[in-house]
Design a protein around this ligand. Structure first.
Ligand code: HDE
Length: 704
């Protein structure tokens, strides 16, 4: 084989073997014998032998024992017995989708990464969103950090940005990760609680780890109860390096900004969504992509040099710190679009193996101690999950560029390898690939010196200043949610001393917050503050990008209106409302007392998408109740309809209602009428309502 010819090309090879099977199946005599007499595809074993009966095991006599020689039955059960792989120790519950990443601003002067050399360069992408603590079958709306892991199949190898929807982390050193994760997961003796941090072990650990306080502020904010994967940001967290063709290094932080704007739900909604639709987030992503409303994120980079790093108030290697966008503005360099759902959840979403060490020439790590530990952990974990070193052969993990190497054996080797050389150097004429000293991956030659010691640098010691900055950057409504979240979580902690130890961190962040939480927990006073390692700063300015509500979309695009309807309604009004919401880019789902739907005043049958019992208002961004007087009477007698109205009001949603529907709201205990409620007296009101929905929530109702 000539040296420049690929030894194998994985995707092509896999394709070839699939094609061969299909071709064989189609071919002449072979094709015919692979069909049932009715012309359908014939069922076979995994070995290809045709199956005559998929319902009954071979047995000796009609009521006799099963016979072991029934290879088809044995194979079927054997496969089933082995259909699960270990779930991820963290981020077990996740959902993935395919798409592409396109460079919108070349960075050829900053990085040698092939991808960034030209505007318009496009590579395939696979993204997996996840919660962290819950198991694979847990619910989507747990209060939890979300994983935001991106695999870019570049022409020089896979580049994985394994990030979260929060830009900082709980701990500063990878060595603490097992402790952190053990503390948040279900407690080891009782095996609960599932998918939540509201328990003693988590807060016990946190109370003893002041470095976690910045992340705790983010975790207790609405960031951890996103409305959808589509409406959250992603962050690479660590500082990385870009290295250009001349070997010059620039530090970089990665930010994914959703074009759809940021949005979260309220905690009470999250709790109820978990019951109504535990798959709320995955269904949302699936539906959006299937309807052609492709979610999109911009990739923003914060670029800075050594000089900035030296003068920055905090250590850029410390993953518990951000660099405010006011200090280093984002430069938007690309866009990520998700436009294809997976064909098979297990093969793709479950088997995808993200690894922080998957980088490409032009990109490098920094000495962030968390990142360094991760670079060990991810490869290691894939071995456990996927069972062998050849997990890169699985199509979702296989690079889309040629690979040439000498790693041939091992579990599940699937490639058609040819030739004699499996070592290097060798002297065979077709001896295979050789390293490329110039074009191959080279680490940035950073000078490193120092004593070999186990220590935490002094420059990592300030644990409260940015926690405070985050808190003061929130709107009043958001600050209220954050305080409520702390009160909720700590109320679930049984040990009073742990509650107190957590609250004692808060005066170092914000005195009002400390007081609110202490009061919410029924404490007589705020416990004495822990002595901080260094004095917290109070001069850091609020930063708007840290708030969700200051970064809403100002649009109802991609959001959903739930319309509860009864018999006898004005069909034209329903149509006007639907048209107005669709003109805003929103979707409409119709709900009725019976899923068969309703009949309008004009005698037209309108099918419902949902029966009221299965469509609480928490699964919608805004609601409308179109009812006649008689219809409202009927709804008043239905508990789910009353909850629909009461919850929509309590969750600050925009509500459209016919004058007759007022009776339902009264019966649901909603006697107030405010600017977030629009009475639909005529078709023109539908437009007014749809325009109001752009604000997503009527916060004045709950601002206090
Ligand atoms: Fe992870 N993390 N992590 N992590 N992480 C895993 O890898 C680990 C950390 C993140 O959708 C595991 O394949 C260590 C920070 C995401 O498949 C494991 C440390 C951030 C995902 C692992 C961290 C993340 C993981 C479990 C501390 C945000 C899901 C299964 C040093 C920047 C990827 C797996 C997916 C998954 C280890 C901290 C994000 C065990 C040791 C910080 C999004 O390898």
């Amino acid at each position: 084989m000539p040296a420049d010819e690929p030894i194998f090309h994985p995707t092509a090879d896999t394709q070839r073997s699939n094609d061969t099977v299909e071709r064989d199946a189609e071919r002449g005599a072979g094709g015919e014998i692979h069909q049932t007499p009715e012309g359908g595809t014939r069922l076979t074993t995994a070995q290809g032998a045709p199956v005559s009966d998929n319902q009954n095991t071979l047995r000796a006599g009609p009521r006799g024992p099963a016979l072991l020689e029934d290879f088809a039955m044995r194979e079927k059960i054997f496969h089933f017995d082995h259909e699960r792989i270990p779930e991820r120790v963290v981020h077990a519950r996740g959902y993935g989708a395919h798409g592409y990443f396109e460079v919108t601003d070349a960075l050829a002067d900053i990085t040698a990464a092939h991808l960034f050399q030209k505007k318009g360069n496009r590579v395939p992408a696979f993204v997996r969103f996840s919660t962290v603590a819950g198991n694979k079958g847990s619910m989507d709306l747990a209060r939890d950090v979300r994983g935001f892991a991106v695999k870019l199949y570049t022409e020089e190898g896979n580049w994985d940005i394994v990030g979260n929807n929060i830009p900082v982390f709980f701990i500063q050193d990878a060595m603490k990760f097992p402790d952190l994760v053990h503390s948040v997961k279900d407690e080891p003796d009782r095996g609960f609680p599932q998918a939540q941090s509201a328990h003693d072990n988590f807060w016990d650990f946190i109370s003893l780890m002041p470095e976690s306080m910045h992340m705790v502020m983010w975790q207790m904010s609405d960031r951890t109860i996103p409305r959808s994967f589509r409406f959250m940001e992603g962050f690479g967290v660590h500082s990385f390096r870009f290295v250009n063709a001349d070997g010059k290094s620039t530090f970089v932080k990665f930010h994914w900004k959703p074009k759809q704007g940021l949005q979260s739900v309220l905690w009470d909604e999250a709790v109820k969504i978990n019951g109504a639709d535990p798959d709320f987030h995955r269904r949302d992503l699936w539906d959006a992509i299937q309807t052609g409303d492709y979610p999109e994120w911009e990739l923003g980079v914060q670029l800075f040099d050594d000089e900035f790093a030296d003068r920055f108030d905090f250590d850029i290697l410390d993953p518990t710190k951000i660099i405010p966008e006011e200090e280093v503005p984002l430069r938007v360099v690309g866009r990520l679009v998700l436009d294809r759902v997976v064909d098979n959840f297990f093969a793709e979403t479950e088997q995808v193996a993200f690894c922080t060490q998957n980088i490409v020439p032009g990109i490098d790590f920094t000495n962030d101690p968390l990142l360094q530990g991760r670079n060990f952990s991810y490869l290691d974990t894939q071995l456990k999950r996927l069972g062998g070193p050849n997990f890169t052969h699985i199509p979702i993990n296989a690079p889309r560029c040629p690979m040439h190497h000498f790693q041939q054996d091992g579990h599940m080797q699937t490639r058609g390898i040819k030739g004699r050389a499996n070592y290097e150097p060798n002297s065979w004429a077709e001896g295979g690939p050789r390293a490329d000293a110039k074009g191959g991956y080279r680490s940035f030659p950073e000078t490193v010196e120092g004593e070999k010691r186990k220590l935490r640098p002094e420059s990592f010691a300030d644990h409260y200043s940015q926690a405070r900055q985050f808190y003061i950057s929130q709107t009043k409504v958001e600050q209220g949610h954050l305080a409520d979240a702390l009160v909720f979580e700590l109320s679930k902690v049984e040990t009073v001393a742990i509650r107190e130890r957590v609250v004692a961190h808060l005066p170092n962040i914000d005195k009002d917050l400390a007081q609110k939480v202490a009061k919410g927990l029924g404490m007589e006073k705020v416990p004495p503050a822990h002595a901080p390692a260094v004095k917290p700063r109070t001069d850091l300015k609020p930063s708007d990008p840290l708030s969700i509500l200051k970064n809403g979309p100002g649009s109802f695009k991609g959001r959903k209106l739930g319309v509860l309807m009864t018999d006898g309604i004005d069909g034209a009004l329903l149509e006007a409302l639907t048209a107005a919401i669709e003109a805003e880019g929103g979707m409409v789902e119709k709900i009725a007392p019976e899923v068969g739907g309703v009949t309008t005043a004009g005698g037209k049958k309108v099918a419902a998408d949902q029966k009221i019992d299965g469509a609480p208002s928490v699964v919608y961004d805004a609601v409308a109740v179109l009812a006649t007087a008689e219809g409202a009477e009927k709804l008043k007698g239905m508990h789910p309809a009353k909850c629909f109205a009461a919850d929509a009001f309590a969750h600050a949603k925009f509500i459209a209602l016919t004058p007759e529907a007022e009776a339902l709201f009264d019966a649901a205990g909603v006697s107030d009428r405010d600017g977030g409620m629009v009475t639909l007296s005529g078709d023109a009101d539908a437009k007014t309502f749809a325009t109001a929905c752009r604000d997503l929530r009527f916060w004045d109702r709950v601002a206090g």
